[in-house]
Ligand binder design. Sequence first.
Ligand SMILES: CCCCCCCCCCC/C=C/C(=O)SCCNC(=O)CCNC(=O)[C@H](O)C(C)(C)COP(=O)(O)OP(=O)(O)OC[C@H]1O[C@@H](n2cnc3c(N)ncnc32)[C@H](O)[C@@H]1OP(=O)(O)O
Length: 396
Amino acid sequence: MAGVAGRLARNWCRSAVLSPLQVFSFPSLQLHLSGTAMRASQDDFENAMNQVKLLKKDPGNEVKLKLYALYKQATEGPCNMPKPGVFDFINKAKWDAWNALGSLPKETARQNYVDLVSSLSSSSESSSQGKPGADREQQEYENLVVTSEDGITKIMFNRPTRKNAISTQMYQEIMLALKAASKDDSTITVVTGNGDYYSSGNDLANFTDIPPGGVEEKAKQSAIMLRDFVDTFIDFPKPLIAVVNGPAVGISVTTLGLFDAVYASDKATFHTPFSHLGLSPEGCASYTFPKIMGPAKATEMLIFGKKLTAREACAQGLVTEVFPDSTFQKEVWTRLKAYSKLPQNSMRISKQVIRKIEKEKLHAVNAEECSVLQKRWLSDECMNATMNFLSKRSKL
Ligand SMILES: CCCCCCCCCCC/C=C/C(=O)SCCNC(=O)CCNC(=O)[C@H](O)C(C)(C)COP(=O)(O)OP(=O)(O)OC[C@H]1O[C@@H](n2cnc3c(N)ncnc32)[C@H](O)[C@@H]1OP(=O)(O)O
């Protein structure tokens, strides 16, 4: 394994005080935290360590870093680790969090740890208590809101503070939601985003969650997951509509070529910066985009990373129709409700007839794209671009 990929793999695997992966992986953090004993408020501290295991929701990296720092301060005192190198960004984040506690006494750190866990536990309790009778779907998915009404199943990406970036768990949830929608009694299925973005594409933090087998194993697993994910769109049996409420990036753009209609707000943009990220196209875009917009326009998007406005995307055939943002939701949903009343079987059969001839080709394209990407993810170009984003040195 060469270059940055190798360095990252070694950093990810190195067992520092707590491996970087353990900080960013919630269950491992729980395991680690359950290991040590203290005196004085030891009972409270131990109870808090146990409570962490019972939290229903991942509290996020920022809180996990706070928990990590307080735990280290409470058990070992002020930061005693050498400062990690600038490229070792995960260990650096841990070091920064611990070092920021300065000479905070162990007892105070212990108390702060207990208080923090208690606030997390009560907020997770109140959020589940606050939704008596919340609909079944909302409890099933952590990153989606799925509702069914008026013959329409709506799958809404729901990570607005991360611009609806698609985490590994979210890929799984989207597949589950689509499979459920394909079997429910709704007529059409709609995918949309909560907040200002439709989706910023793959969550680049997916690159930090490395299994014991290392980055190669992660790339292999990711290629399988991506192939399954895109296959789910290819095989979706009912009319599948995208309601693109805001900017779309990466895989949230490429998969649009597999939808049956794409309605966009005039605030939406369409961006596939694969070369900037050291990547190559996925979602069957290497086939669908040249087919939809012609090879030259597809090249501008997929190779040169040109960002399209909604109107440009519409002119090039990727978007069905653009609406002013002020009336977008009202106009689109009125139209979708009318479409959902059309005969269900007729629409299904028509979709089959339209898509059948392409299916085999699309599955082959998907397999090839995933196999190429499996290698790209291990390239220095991709690792550098990802590190630059995660260490906040770059944005699209
Ligand atoms: C070893 C192999 C592992 C492989 C794993 C791969 C699995 C499958 C891959 C499938 C292929 C998919 C490819 C793609 O989708 S490529 C596109 C990837 N997306 C990006 O590169 C977008 C990155 N984001 C940005 O550039 C900007 O955030 C953006 C322009 C979208 C918005 O900028 P803005 O300034 O308006 O907002 P913020 O940056 O402040 O965003 C708010 C917070 O959200 C975080 N964020 C946003 N998007 C992502 C993302 N895609 N991944 C991770 N995090 C994201 C952002 O960092 C902010 O967080 P903080 O508040 O903590 O700073």
